[in-house]
Design a protein around this ligand. Structure first.
Ligand SMILES: [Zn+2]
Length: 231
């Protein structure tokens, strides 16, 4: 494989040096459920990296051969042992930096049973005021839960769309020039994110004089919500 810009294209791609085939990389769909039960919502505590030990909505990568709804209910079954029925679409979020596109559905329990699957440490129903915002796993889930609370306060469920523009680069103080640099060398944005996740605690220790290794879920706040629509 080599990196190059194919004829008629304007982006660097991975090209096979033997047969010339181009390995295109496109965003992945993440699908999941916001399960409501008796004024509470179902969260799972992750037992796998990234974000092990932190809380999130049951969600995961959509598989070829299934629909978004099927994927969302499958992930909810796998992670929370919950048999759910999708009620309506809730939010579509794009996270361009890491090439993820989320579809989260409102859903309800078909039977009032749930239990953590192998990828989860725990799963629980949380009243809105008890949502563990200090130990949430992902920016996408922070945005989703905030919009859910907004809808609750307004007394009207809506459908939302937005772009979650993550800014890990800015947080480490190196600024945006780094990401084009990664792209220049044909590395994926997700590699840039992995690099910064690896680099950041080291940077913090440099910056703050080896005081603490930052276990900082505050990272999930390092984003802006853009192109927001609701209907
Ligand atoms: Zn080849």
């Amino acid at each position: 494989m080599m990196q190059g810009v194919p004829d008629g294209d304007d982006k660097p791609r991975a090209i096979c040096t033997i047969c010339g085939k181009i390995a295109y990389q496109n965003p992945k769909m993440v699908v999941g459920c916001l399960v409501e039960h008796g004024n509470k919502i179902l969260l799972v505590q992750r037992n796998i990296q990234p974000a092990k030990g932190l809380w999130t909505l049951p969600a995961g990568f959509m598989e070829i051969g299934e629909s978004a709804v099927q994927g969302a209910t499958r992930e909810t079954w796998e992670e929370a042992g919950a048999d759910v029925e999708v009620v309506s679409p809730f939010i579509h979020m794009d996270v361009p930096l890491i090439g993820h596109s989320y579809m989260i559905f409102r859903a309800k329990l078909k039977t009032p049973h749930f239990a953590p699957g192998p990828e989860s440490l725990d799963c629980k129903l949380f009243a809105v005021e008890d949502i563990p915002f200090d130990t949430l796993a992902f920016s996408s889930m922070l945005v989703t839960l905030n919009l859910y609370i907004k809808d609750l306060k307004a007394g009207k469920p809506r459908f939302h769309y937005c772009i979650v523009n993550k800014s890990l680069m800015n947080e480490v103080g190196l600024g945006k020039p780094i990401l084009p640099l990664f792209n220049q060398f044909g590395l994926k944005s997700s590699s840039a994110v992995s690099f910064f996740q690896w680099f950041k605690p080291k940077w913090r220790r440099l910056k703050f004089g080896f005081i603490r290794a930052g276990a900082a879920p505050s990272d999930i706040h390092a984003h802006t919500v853009d192109n927001y629509f609701e209907c």
